[in-house]
Design a protein. Structure first.
Lengths: 113, 115
């Protein structure tokens, strides 16, 4: 069951872009990279996922390194509502695989007005 | 469509008691996984159910158990409660392996306090 490492905390100014890094050096070829965030007093919320190519959705962008051993979640313009703990996890997608989802401590993002 | 529903949202128990928590997944999702979240240990995987069978289990003692019903709803049970079981218990639903990219959709959680 693969693990990820992230910085414990990061700070950003409001309306500035934020780049949240994640290392997953033991990623396997069938692992998808998933990002979630957890706002205070709420359950985690799905943000974005990817396999090899960079991905965009209405919430964020995901940039994946060519060797897939790291990825970066990009929030294009941080708002106060983006202050949360961000988790990067790996999900094995083999047809018969039920992976134990391993969450690290995540990155606590603070947004300064 | 409706999200993941967990009940109860808050509960207080005393040591030695047992507790049952319930989770209704998003309609169409057939896999349910459970997590314990504490300030000290963070988010930890408890177990995952699909088709009424436990498919994977985290490193928790046998006091932690679960089950899944034919309508995909799931329950988890903790027996002989200890003070250290105080935590936020989160349930997530997803599609099973081979049917998508397995995004997890979490409920709001059940906050258990053991006195």
């Amino acid at each position: 069951d693969a693990k990820t490492t992230q910085p414990n905390s990061m700070e950003s100014n409001e309306e500035e872009p934020v780049h949240l890094p994640c290392n997953h050096s033991t990623i396997s070829g069938t692992d998808y990279i998933h990002w979630y965030r957890q706002l205070p007093s709420q359950g985690p919320e799905y943000v974005i996922h990817g396999l090899t190519s960079n991905v965009n959705n209405r919430m964020a962008s995901l940039a994946i390194a060519e060797d897939r051993k790291s990825s970066t979640l990009i929030l294009h313009r941080a708002t106060l509502r983006d202050a949360a703990v961000y988790y990067c996890i790996l999900r094995a997608l083999m047809k018969t695989s039920y992976d134990k989802v391993i969450f690290g401590p995540g990155t606590s993002l603070s947004v300064i007005p | 469509k409706a999200g993941v529903t967990q009940t109860p949202r808050y509960l207080i128990k005393t040591r030695g008691q047992q507790v049952t928590l319930s989770c209704s997944p998003i309609s169409g999702h057939r896999s349910v996984s459970w997590y314990q979240q504490t300030p000290g240990q963070g988010l930890q995987f408890l177990f995952e159910y699909f088709s009424e069978t436990q498919r994977n289990k985290g490193n928790f003692p046998g006091r932690f158990s679960g089950r899944q019903f034919s309508n995909s709803r799931s329950e988890m049970n903790v027996s002989t409660l200890e003070l250290g079981d105080s935590a936020l218990y989160l349930c997530a639903s997803s599609q099973p392996p081979g049917t998508g990219t397995r995004e997890l959709f979490f409920g709001e959680g059940s906050r258990l306090t053991v006195l």
